[in-house]
Design a protein around this ligand. Structure first.
Ligand code: C5P
Length: 217
């Protein structure tokens, strides 16, 4: 019989990319598919948790037993995360756009034939993970993710301190490209690093959920 160690727990998960509009037809995005976050949501639901999945734009079915809230931008994701609290665990898997266009044009920006390019001014998005860690409704266990192309563990350790998360799960997107089917996850915490083997995303998710259930027990 299946064990359901997260019964009675609320797990809040973010997944996917965000889309940051430039004008009504253009946006800034990234290569996140949402697959790893959705696999974690499915694994948490299988483990008995009540799961809220705040999702950027992806082409994936909602996992069984998961409440999904669709958003487009980082600011919408921040508001949806805030509205979903409190939670026992937050797992912030989304590849949130670090920057958005400073002003969304109300109308499509036109190429006028002069050869002039429009200026694209960027401003920083709110850091949803860092804000949650500082808030008075911080979940008891906060897990961030870090997709890096180089110095993966060093960046993850720095992020752990900078954002105030309990764990940072690092993955190397140079060796395992975003949008792929497999991942090698490194769980970085104050007590060290556990490197999981290279696994399909659903198996990696199941192992991470096991670790989370152990930590809460
Ligand atoms: O700083 P960086 O984007 O590498 O941090 C990644 C971690 O922070 C992920 O857990 C991601 O979901 C979260 N994040 C966030 N809000 C942002 C940027 C990142 O929640 N604006």
């Amino acid at each position: 019989s299946e064990s359901r160690p997260l019964t009675g727990r609320h797990v809040l998960i973010t997944a996917g990319p965000t889309h940051e509009p430039i004008d009504p037809v253009r946006y800034i995005a990234n290569r996140s598919s949402g697959k790893q976050g959705y696999a974690i949501a499915a694994a948490a639901a299988r483990a008995g948790a009540k799961v809220t999945l705040v999702s950027g734009p992806v082409n994936l079915p909602t996992p069984a037993g998961v409440t999904r809230i669709d958003v487009e931008t980082a600011r919408q994701m921040a508001a949806a995360v805030d509205a979903a609290l409190p939670a026992d665990v937050a797992i912030m898997v989304a590849a949130v756009a670090d920057w958005r266009s400073a002003g969304e044009a109300a109308q499509k920006i036109k190429k006028d034939g002069s050869g002039q390019v429009p200026p694209l001014q960027l401003v920083e998005n709110p850091d949803i993970l860092a804000a949650m860690c500082k808030s008075d409704r911080r979940p008891p266990l906060v897990v961030g993710f870090a997709a890096e192309t180089n110095d993966v563990l060093d960046h993850a350790r720095a992020k752990l301190a900078r954002k105030g998360a309990d764990w940072i799960v690092a993955n190397d997107v140079a060796t395992h490209q975003m949008g792929g089917e497999i991942n090698a996850l490194h769980i970085v915490s104050a007590s060290g690093v556990e490197s999981l083997p290279e696994l399909p995303k659903d198996a990696a998710a199941a192992l991470l959920i096991e670790r989370i259930a152990d930590a809460l027990a």
